[in-house]
Design a protein around this ligand. Structure first.
Ligand SMILES: [Mg+2]
Length: 206
C-alpha cells in the first residue's frame, strides 16, 4: 500500500512556472535566451551551474547574481526579476485541496523543493497552510543537495519513516520523476491539476 505522498512546490502547488516567464522578458527587456546564455557562461567560468549551486545552498543569492550579471546587458536586475516572479505566482487550489484531503485520510506527506535560502519567506508566503499540509519539509538550500540527486529523496524518506515502495511522488520536471522511480516510488509527472490528481489518486489506491 502506498501510504506517503512527496510533492514538489514550484509548478505543482503553484501556477505553472512558465506562465511567469514572458513577464520577465516584458519587464526587463531580457529574453530567456539571454538569461540562458548568461547561465551557461557562468557555468563555464565557475565549473557549476549557478542555479544548482544556489539551490544546494553553496552560494548566496548575492553570489548567484554576481556570477550571472556580468554576462547580461547592463541595467538588468535579477533581484527585481525574483520579486516580480513571486508576485505573480498563484497557489494551485486543486492540488492544495487534494493534499489536505489525503493528509486527513492518514497519508504521510512531505514537501521536497529545490529552492534558495533567501527565497524561503517568499515561497512560504504563497502557501501559509504548509505545516497543516506537510509533516516534513525538505528544502534543497538547507540540506546541501538538490533533486534529482537520489540522496535528497533518501533524506525525505528517512524523515517520513517510509521506504520508496511506499511513496508516491509528484513533480513538473521529468528528470525529478525519473530518480523517484529508480528509488521504487510511483512518480506522477505533473502536467495539469486534474490529470495529476487523477493519477495520484490511482497511485495511492494501489
Ligand atoms: Mg517544480
Amino acid at each position: 500500500m502506498r501510504r506517503a505522498l512527496i510533492s514538489d512546490f514550484g509548478g505543482v502547488l503553484t501556477s505553472p512556472l512558465y506562465e511567469g516567464l514572458p513577464a520577465y522578458q516584458e519587464e526587463f527587456g531580457v529574453s530567456l535566451e539571454a538569461l540562458g546564455r548568461a547561465m551557461a557562461l557562468a557555468t563555464e567560468q565557475h565549473g557549476d551551474h549557478p542555479l544548482f549551486a544556489l539551490e544546494r545552498g553553496e552560494i548566496s543569492e548575492i553570489e548567484f547574481r554576481a556570477r550571472i550579471e556580468p554576462h547580461l546587458d547592463e541595467g538588468f536586475d535579477l533581484t527585481r526579476l525574483r520579486t516580480v516572479y513571486f508576485e505573480r505566482l498563484e497557489p494551485n487550489a486543486v492540488m492544495i485541496d487534494f493534499i489536505r484531503e489525503v493528509r486527513l485520510r492518514g497519508v504521510r506527506t512531505a514537501l521536497l523543493t529545490n529552492n534558495a535560502r533567501e527565497w524561503e519567506p517568499l515561497w512560504r508566503s504563497k502557501l501559509p497552510e504548509i505545516d497543516e499540509l506537510f509533516e516534513v519539509v525538505v528544502d534543497s538550500a538547507f540540506v546541501g543537495m538538490r533533486k534529482p540527486e537520489p540522496a535528497i529523496y533518501e533524506l525525505t524518506m528517512e524523515r517520513l519513516g517510509v521506504r520508496g515502495d511506499q511513496c508516491v511522488f509528484v513533480d513538473d520536471l521529468e528528470p525529478n520523476c525519473a530518480t523517484a522511480r529508480a528509488l521504487g516510488m510511483v512518480a506522477v509527472h505533473f502536467e495539469r491539476p486534474e490529470q495529476a490528481v487523477a493519477e495520484l489518486r490511482a497511485a495511492l489506491a494501489q
